[in-house]
Design a protein around this ligand. Structure first.
Ligand SMILES: Nc1ncnc2c1ncn2[C@@H]1O[C@H](COP(=O)(O)OP(=O)(O)OP(=O)(O)O)[C@@H](O)[C@H]1O
Length: 262
């Protein structure tokens, strides 16, 4: 049988392929046999309500959380059987990224660059450029421990980009990022895709996904309920309308909160 170690990347394998990915926490099925294909060169948006399983699926996809079953391949390389090679191809911004808190932004980039085996002069040059673009220059002498949530997202994205990956997997990259920084991040990601990179991001902001992404998947209760090119998934509706139709709205029992009425 052909293995990921031998399968050549002939230019047609997808950037990311999830096959039968499954994860149960106690008796809670967080991700339920998910199949997903992220075409190379696509800007892929993963949406779903709170608790749908997005973070769990992405964590398994990038090798941070071991699946109960199923597999994840990055450009044909199995993330769990060939993690070093798979991780060299992708940059990851996980949810709640744990970072060495007692390093400054520049020190963190230098540290990550050394771990990645990138030559020192290249790390220094790329770090400066990333700090500039992320508008973290003023904060380069600030310890990560003292960064705001949005600044942590930005330095996290910088660490994900440092080794020039071919695929970026970003869990809620715009959460807590101010509009000016968000515009800068968007333009970095758009340029990354237009130069041949592939991006997968999760978000709750439908307008942002519609603006950036050409391909989307909607998750609900651990399953993928729709996936494909944005235009096919939303049809003549907005993504938000499609999302609400697919996921359903549970408006709850307002009577329970009658004490709120003045
Ligand atoms: N480490 C864990 N231990 C136990 N249950 C977990 C764990 N991580 C996630 N879950 C559960 O798995 C389900 C999916 O959670 P997940 O965080 O993947 O959803 P999500 O779609 O990313 O949600 P959100 O949009 O709120 O971030 C939820 O029911 C959650 O409570």
């Amino acid at each position: 049988m052909e293995t990921s170690a031998t399968r050549p990347d002939d230019g047609t394998v997808p950037a990311l392929r999830l096959t039968g990915l499954h994860k149960v926490f106690a008796d809670n099925v967080a991700v339920d046999h998910v199949d997903l294909v992220v075409p190379r060169g696509s800007f892929f948006g993963l949406v779903g309500p709170n608790g749908a399983g997005k973070t769990t699926a992405l964590s398994m996809a990038v090798g941070l959380l071991r699946p109960d079953s199923g597999r994840s391949e990055v450009f044909g390389v199995d993330v769990w059987s060939d993690p070093v090679r798979a991780k060299s191809l992708m940059g990851v911004l996980p949810d709640g990224l744990a970072m060495p808190e007692r390093l400054t932004g520049r020190e963190l980039l230098t540290f990550i660059g050394q771990l990645r085996g990138i030559p020192d002069d290249v790390v220094a040059q790329r770090s400066q450029q990333l700090l500039n673009v992320m508008e973290l220059n003023d904060a380069e002498r600030t310890l990560v421990a003292d960064y705001s949530t949005g600044m942590r997202k930005k330095i996290g994205l910088a660490t994900a980009l440092l080794h020039a990956p071919r695929l970026l997997v970003l869990d809620e990259p715009f959460e807590a990022v101010d509009p000016v920084s968000a515009a800068a991040l968007k333009s970095i990601l758009v340029r990354f895709v237009s130069s041949g990179g592939s991006v997968v991001l999760s978000s709750h902001v439908m307008a942002l996904v519609e603006q950036l992404c050409d391909t989307v998947a909607v998750m609900a209760k651990g399953k993928v309920v729709a996936a494909g090119p944005l235009g096919d998934v939303r049809g003549d509706n907005t993504l938000e309308e499609t999302f609400v139709r697919l996921v359903g709205v549970d408006s709850g029992d307002w009577e329970e909160l009658s004490w709120l009425a003045s």
